[in-house]
Design a protein around this ligand. Sequence first.
Ligand SMILES: *Cc1c(COP(=O)(O)O)cnc(C)c1O
Length: 387
Amino acid sequence: MVTVMDINIDIDFGKLPTPCYIVDERLLIKNLEILDSVQKRTGCKILLAQKGFSMHAVYPLIGKYLKGVTSSSLFEARLGYEKMGKEVHVYAPAYIEEEFDELLKYTDHIVFNSFAQWDRFKARVRSYPGKRIECGIRINPEYSEQEHAIYDPCSRYSRLGVTLKNFRPEQLEGIDGLHFHTMCEQNSDTLERTAGAVEEKFGEFIKNMKWLNFGGGHHITRQDYDIETLVRTISRFQEKYGVQVYLEPGEAVALNTGYLVAEVLDIVENEMNIAILDTSAACHMPDVLEMPYRPNIIAAGKPGENRYTYRLGGPTCLAGDIIGDYSFKEPLNPGDRLVFCDMAHYTMVKNNTFNGVNLPAIALYSQKDGPEIVRKFQYSDFETRLS
Ligand SMILES: *Cc1c(COP(=O)(O)O)cnc(C)c1O
């Protein structure tokens, strides 16, 4: 048993194929219980943002706690509809004409990114047979506390959401709700300030709405997250404006629930020791390059912290396919296994087969059955994406 960030890990990683993601259902349930406690205390509704985590083998479990999914495309909407079967919400910067009718088939709530989009599609939404689809507008409060420009929907010239200057109160007939999404991995003090900015700019319009969607980026399941401020902010809005509040976290659902198990293939030397792994930053954890961030590895430290320091690189031919520098108590050897932590969210959903590198297998650990391989990938998965 090893302990990482206060979690005792009793999974035998040695029996899995590599590379392999393994999600621990017990940890996922812990997160879902925290999210559900917010729903129970406030009456808000929480959705899974599939962009961050789409491991549909666990959708039935997630559906026991959350109210449904949010989607940004036809395929995500369909996945949520077919695999969870609860509320399906969709928002996209722009909708595709040819896909729109099929999209409505799966959708309960649709959020538009501009009044032009709303105007173009509203007749088709209203005349959709058999159900009333709720409609919303995404607003841009031009307030965020984001430091990474690539994750800041309120940066200058952002295409995401309608600014107050472009807001069209005369076109709100038929609009049931407003939506904002401006956060990323943030605590509830940021939400409280953001909600204040939303209120200042759009408060008069919120009054006439049925719901208000606070988007994602709430790090609710992180250990230092302040749930009281979240609860207070949700309750204040629901009481003051008579709206139903929605949250749609992706990362918080799967935060710290999974691992990526990899194997050392070779050790080379070029002014330092370099280990080549069977997992790739570019293919299997692109956020390491994009975000960028440094994943924790069980029983490894920062460079120099332990006696043996290695640069860890992937098996692709990309020079920059580097995960980072780590130190170990013992020298690494081909065949050794390394376990990367917090690898459930924004990994599987971003995977690619660049350089013909295979996708990691996907496994689930459950209390009842232990580790089970849910899916293994093969040549045909690579071949059928190309032609
Ligand atoms: C990405 C995104 C989310 C989820 O964000 P997390 O940071 O994973 O919680 C929710 N809503 C919208 C509109 C998004 O773009």
